[in-house]
Design a protein around this ligand. Sequence first.
Ligand SMILES: [Zn+2]
Length: 256
Amino acid sequence: MLAETQFFTEGDGEPVAVENAGAAGDVLLVCEHASSQIPKRYGTLGLSEDALSSHIAWDPGALAVSQLMSRQLAAVLIYQRFSRLVYDCNRPPESPAAMRDSSEIFRIPGNEDLSEAERSLRTASLYLPFQGRIRDEIEVRRRQGRRTVLVTIHSFNPVYFGERREVEIGILHDKDSRLADAMLKAAADTRLYRVERNEPYGPEDGVTHTLELHATADGLLNVMIEVRNDLISDETGQGVVADFLTGLLREALEAI
Ligand SMILES: [Zn+2]
């Protein structure tokens, strides 16, 4: 098997990025689908430029919203610097969705018939360092007697398989719904956005992997936030959504 360091080509950079490291806030922000960058060794994966810049490659706007929230909440932000097309860091290695050979209406030629060695290489190069960095961050805080509130930030496409999605912001949770419940309560009277529980995805779709891995078992407050990407396609929209979500989180955390 190739050494981990050989996976990346000069200019690719590191798989994991950390912003606002050492920030004092309780919230830890995570963005698994922050980037559409493909490691150079994979070229285009056989996809068109349009597909490579579309929502199948990344969550457009999610990183920008996370960065704004990171400053507002004094929160450490950890994000993956490579596309989910190569490895979807919100899925465990054994999941078929970790390295998909199709996404919505697109076939992904570069992901067809992957060998076990190739799957292991991607897992070791992209998934393990990413989830390992989150685990380390939580562990350091635990030793310092600090708490961690785990919040993952995503975006979704307004149209999926030809269907228009009316929900604008989804508040997602798995077994531990404390933070999601408090956020939904705080959002109950808003006229700004249509906010719904476990939409447009839910735990049955396997999307709460990061939450389960780091928070649910240890009793840490956690939530996954999905924002419709047409609302965060420019700086103005990103700012309004970030302000709204920061407000919801603050109100919810005060109420718990
Ligand atoms: Zn996502």
